[in-house]
Design a protein around this ligand. Structure first.
Ligand code: PGA
Length: 251
């Protein structure tokens, strides 16, 4: 049995005060004994305060991105070492918004994954097809390609620090969710793809989260599928009651 994970990707939302308010709400409302791993990913500028705020809780803090270099003349960028130095334990890489708006390629993400792992960060690796891929029937092929290009160079031991997040682009922020059956079908395919390359020891252990318009009213059905190990939540992670309900749906 794999543990369930629910992660909230706050994207470019919540200033310092709003971050604190939402964290306080979560601390008060989330069950402290939940057998679910809970992660929140506020913006860079609020990561340090989030780590401090959550110190005595079971909620972990992730960054939404990082640079692939250890340090250097990269104005405006943040390194893995900076994240770990303030107590951040994981990082979201490959989100479709990063791929689409900031031109992040599979090759770049491969480098980011390596740097993150070298710095002992857990990687929440996002990938997913666009609507046209699904309409053309090339979605399985594309998912396999995304996995291969950024993760297949890893060693077996590295997979202890990888969480996969399948996020069909057409379902992100659109209110359109993959049906539980579509999610299960793809998650099973992803697990098989990982198994074929790295063996059942890795594939049976790796968590595969679903992301894309997960809400309190659809979470339970999606999470009940055998290969869905939780969710990466965008919009619904910004409201404490919704996020708490989604965590409860994973319990
Ligand atoms: P959404 O976003 O839940 O708002 O669709 C998910 C994500 O982008 O990770």
């Amino acid at each position: 049995m794999r543990d369930k994970i629910v992660a909230g990707n706050w994207k470019m939302h919540k200033n310092a005060e709003e971050t604190e308010d939402l964290l306080n709400d979560l601390i008060n409302k989330l069950p402290s004994d939940a057998a679910v791993h809970i992660i929140v990913a506020p913006t860079f500028v609020n990561l340090a305060s989030a780590v401090q705020h959550l110190e005595y809780t079971n909620i972990n803090v992730a960054a939404q991105n990082m640079h692939q270099a250890e340090s250097g003349a990269f104005t405006g960028e943040i390194s893995a070492g900076m994240l770990t130095s303030i107590g951040v334990t994981s990082v979201i890489l490959g989100h479709s918004e990063r791929r689409a708006y900031f031109n992040e390629t599979s090759e770049l993400l491969k480098n980011k994954v390596d740097t993150a792992l070298k710095n002992e960060l857990v990687v929440i690796f996002c990938f997913g097809e666009e609507l046209k891929d699904r309409q053309e029937g090339t979605h399985f092929e594309l998912i396999e390609k995304q996995l291969k290009e950024s993760l297949f160079h890893l060693e077996e031991k590295d997979w202890a620090s990888i969480i996969l997040a399948y996020e069909p682009v057409w379902a992100i922020g659109t209110g359109e969710t993959a049906s539980p059956e579509q999610a299960q079908e793809m998650h099973a395919f992803i697990r098989k793809t990982v198994e074929d390359k790295f063996g059942a020891g890795v594939s049976n252990h790796v968590a595969i989260l679903y992301g894309g318009s997960v809400k309190p009213d659809n979470a339970q059905e999606i999470f009940s599928k055998p290969d869905v190990d939780g969710g990466l939540i965008g919009g619904a992670a910004l409201k404490a009651d919704d996020f708490v309900a989604i965590v409860q749906a994973a319990m």
